[in-house]
Design a binder for this molecule. Structure first.
Ligand code: GUN
Length: 285
């Protein structure tokens, strides 16, 4: 039964399209990444973002600050990147250390360079249905659902989770695809029943294996956005990644399902690269 949605393969295709677009441009788009502190997961993400930025023919700039950096220091870097005409995209890797105010840092990013789609301007454009830079993980989720189902019009999409970074924008982006959208969350009654009514079930709660196979309608498309580090049973002292869905059991019920790792994760980076090209084209036209 081959119902796996291969995020790695779709991401490779997306990067290939980005690389061709970059090659056809008279300029080299530049992505600036700001990393504060030494969170191991963030370091891996940033390394991959830089690697793929360069592999697709773009330039990357990396700004690393110690975990002790002040709000003023981080804001000063963002302002300098805003003012740098060579920089097309600015990504501040989250989470920032606890003593920093992430919202205030994000608010400093020039919306024309907001490749993460996190500023108020980008969020407002999404709500208003205007073109703009969309958040990367929800964009990747929509692309994967379309890879499995084609046109999404009229599908019932249940988004489990209402975070600013993922759940809320994902709901709006599936709405843009003409889905009928339900947002479910920790206060929703009868979660299993609500989830089982989904043609497309998008899990974005950050709780390992919370979504059971009984929550999945037979033949549904399951997009698992969770990336949870849990202790490995086979290798004591080590961690492994699991999604928000009990993948092994849900796979036998779903019509199509994304694995973790290898599903939405690679798409997030591919969509970041796509946004960088879009930002470069819009800014420099
Ligand atoms: N940390 C985990 N995912 C992301 C992301 O998509 N963007 C940023 N800026 N930080 C993250």
């Amino acid at each position: 039964m081959d119902n796996l949605i291969d995020g790695k393969a779709v991401a490779a295709q997306t990067r290939d399209t980005v690389a061709k677009a970059v090659a056809a441009l008279p300029i080299t788009p530049t992505l600036a990444v700001v990393l504060v502190g030494d969170d191991p997961a963030s370091q891996v993400y940033v390394r991959n973002k830089i690697k793929f930025t360069e592999e697709t023919g773009m330039r990357s700039l990396e700004h690393r600050l110690p975990a002790t950096a002040t709000q003023e220091e981080v804001v000063a870097i963002v302002r300098a990147l805003n003012a740098d005409a060579e920089v097309d995209g600015i990504l501040v890797q989250l989470p920032l250390p606890d003593h920093l105010d992430s919202n205030a840092v994000i608010a400093e990013i020039d919306p024309s360079k907001d490749v993460d789609g996190l500023t108020e301007v980008s969020a407002g454009r999404l709500v208003l249905g205007q073109p703009g830079l969309r958040p990367c993980t929800p964009t990747g989720s929509v692309i994967l659902a379309k890879a499995a189902l084609g046109d999404l019009t009229s599908k019932h999409c249940v988004v489990l989770g209402r975070s600013i970074l993922v759940g809320k924008p994902a709901a709006l982006m599936f709405l843009e695809q003409n889905c009928t959208v339900t947002i479910a969350h920790s206060r929703t009654e009868n979660l299993p029943v609500v989830c089982r009514s989904a043609d497309i079930l998008v899990a974005a709660v950050g709780r390992p294996k919370m979504v059971k196979s009984e929550w999945v309608k037979a033949g549904a498309c399951v997009i698992d956005i969770g990336i949870n580090r849990v202790p490995s049973v086979k290798r004591p002292g080590q961690f492994r990644l699991v999604g928000d869905v009990d993948y092994r059991k849900a796979r036998s019920v779903a019509g199509a399902i994304t694995p973790v790792p290898g599903g939405v994760g690679p798409m997030t980076i591919a969509c970041l690269l796509r946004n960088t090209v879009l930002a470069a084209c819009d800014r420099r036209e």
